[in-house]
Design a protein around this ligand. Structure first.
Ligand code: MCA
Ligand code: AMP
Length: 489
């Protein structure tokens, strides 16, 4: 999606590193592409992992990777070296891009994986590439890592065609125009921020405003300005915004009036509690537009831009997306009967990176099996839960209980453990661990967190620890997760 030539002098990005036009973005991405090409004429789908905070530089590097023919692999700024290392190695990155400030972390990881470390400032200082490769739509464009029901995170590969389809569906459904100004506070290593946020805004030459950090009062100041037209976030962020609004009585009127002037406020990535939807409506006048998506498919279902938005519902299929609800045999279920949600369309990803068996298992007759269970009620979908108890949603992040358990078992005091998600008004679910300790050992949650934070992203850290003599097991010896969850009630 190349910007209209008439739009290149328009503002593209307002971020911590400055205010930049579409012309600036075009030039910086051609510079990045040139430095990445390093004399070759096409990266030929080589993976380029990049660790760049939310900024103009992020957008320039992402676009530079694409223009050079590479596959963009966004790294998470919150991840400890162990998680970065996993993604760099698993993706087989040939190049790792990062700011000078992260050289001490990234350069050794890159070297260990046989990749080249290139600082962002080197990309920005290169001459703009004059000749760029032709990018066929079926080529791989991006790998986003997502936690699943099996051990380590998997790389979800999307092509340029997938990304284009995901974005154009949302642009149409949500009425994006060049007059929009998005306030984006989501991380840029997940689809919500990358596609629904940055991707849509840039595709229509709107303005994308993205502060480097999330700060609830700073968000309210921008909403109160009346300049923002679109905002999208996860339920935890709306919870934090409600708390900040309630804590500042003197500013409530200005904040509410400013927020009322947006044309669209959306929620997704996790279930939006109806109470939160109603509180937000009372504060801002907006009925949040709730939609449903997944890293593998982009967005699939949405409440309408115009018309009734039903609390607790995620609506109907987005343009060009097909969905069906099926039973365990793959047979369609009747309206009103719960079934697993399956998705088909140009939005659906190509493959799990170098995991042909898992890719095959994720599809049934060409339909992607989401693992989410939903029911069709009066023409709209309501999500009921997931087919796996080992997937936890916390702060909008999907985390795997099995992955966390594998790490915790390495702790010297832990003999066996089980991780569950406990419902929580702020975080959706809180990661909680029950553990059988080795004889004579004791372990506090603080000590466990201090130990685990070198190995796990902050949002995967257990927030509660319950030490037990024996984990609840069934007759087969398998841990019974609902009984583990009951330990935390
Ligand atoms: C942080 N804290 C937590 C958690 N995370 N406590 C419990 N559970 C958690 N998950 C605690 C910290 O320990 C700290 O506590 C305090 O909260 C602040 O931590 P910090 O890391 O500074 O948090 P933050 O920067 O305020 O982040 C909260 C956040 C973030 C902004 C809600 O979690 C976030 O950006 N979530 C969005 C994730 C997202 O984009 N998901 C999309 C993926 P103390 O103060 O005591 O130290 S899903 C997707 O892309 C699909 C396609 C879709 O459908 O959208
Ligand atoms: P991820 O794999 O990180 O992309 O997260 C995708 C998962 O988030 C989906 O499979 C759902 O379980 C969940 N999800 C996304 N949007 C919603 C929503 N509006 N309500 C409930 N769950 C959601």
């Amino acid at each position: 999606m190349t910007p209209d030539p008439l739009s290149i002098s328009r503002t593209a990005i307002v971020a911590g590193d400055g205010t930049f036009t579409y012309d600036d973005l075009d030039e910086a991405s051609r510079r990045s592409a040139n430095a990445l090409l390093d004399g070759s004429d096409d990266l030929n789908q080589a993976r380029v992992a990049f660790l760049v905070p939310r900024s103009f530089a992020y957008a320039a590097v992402q676009r530079g990777i694409w223009r050079a023919g590479g596959v963009a692999v966004p790294l998470a700024t919150s991840h400890p070296p162990a998680e970065l290392d996993y993604v760099i190695r698993d993706s087989g990155a040939a190049v790792v891009v990062g700011q000078e400030a992260s050289r001490s972390v990234l350069a050794p990881l890159a070297a260990g994986a046989g990749a080249r470390f290139v600082p962002v400032h080197v990309l920005m200082a290169a001459a703009p590439a004059s000749k760029l490769p032709h990018l066929g739509a079926p080529r791989r464009a991006m790998i986003v890592y997502t936690s699943g029901t099996t051990g380590k995170p998997k790389g979800v590969v999307t092509t340029h065609a997938n990304i284009g389809a995901q974005i154009s569906s949302l642009v149409e459904a949500w009425g994006w125009t060049p007059a929009d100004r998005l306030l984006l506070v989501l991380p840029l290593h997940h689809v919500h921020g990358i596609i629904n946020g940055l991707g849509c805004a840039l595709a229509v030459t709107a303005v994308c405003e993205m502060p480097a950090q999330f700060d609830a009062d700073a968000v309210w100041d921008r909403l109160a300005s009346g300049e923002i037209t679109v905002f999208t976030a996860v339920p935890t962020i709306y919870h934090l915004l409600v708390a900040a609004w309630e804590a500042s009585p003197a500013q409530q009127r200005a904040r509410s009036e400013g927020a009322r002037r947006l044309r669209l406020m959306m929620s997704g990535s996790a279930a939006l509690p109806v109470q939160l939807l109603e509180r937000w409506r009372a504060i801002t006048g907006h009925t949040l537009l709730e939609r449903y998506g997944m890293t593998e498919i982009g967005m699939a279902l949405s409440n309408p831009l115009h018309g009734e938005r039903r609390p607790g519902s995620v609506g109907t299929p987005l343009p060009d997306v097909q969905v069906r609800l099926v039973d365990e045999n793959g047979a369609a279920v009747a309206a009103g009967t719960p079934g697993e949600l399956e998705v088909r369309g140009p939005n659906v990803f190509l493959e799990y990176w170098q995991r042909p068996e898992e890719t095959k298992a994720a599809f049934r007759d060409g339909w992607f099996r989401t693992g989410d269970v939903a029911v069709l009620e009066q023409g709209a979908h309501r999500l009921l839960g997931r087919t796996s108890v080992d997937i936890i949603k916390t702060g909008g992040y999907k985390v795997s209980a099995l992955e966390i358990e594998e790490v915790l078992r390495q702790h010297p005091a832990i003999a066996e453990c089980a991780v569950v998600g406990i419902p929580d008004a702020e975080w959706g679910e809180r990661v909680s661990a029950a553990a059988e300790l080795r004889p004579g050992c004791s372990l506090s949650i603080d000590d466990l967190q201090a130990w685990a934070k070198a190995l796990l992203a902050p949002y995967k850290l257990p927030r509660a620890l319950c030490s037990v003599d024996a984990l609840p097991r069934n007759a087969m010896g398998k841990v019974v997760k609902p009984e583990v969850a009951a330990l935390f009630k």
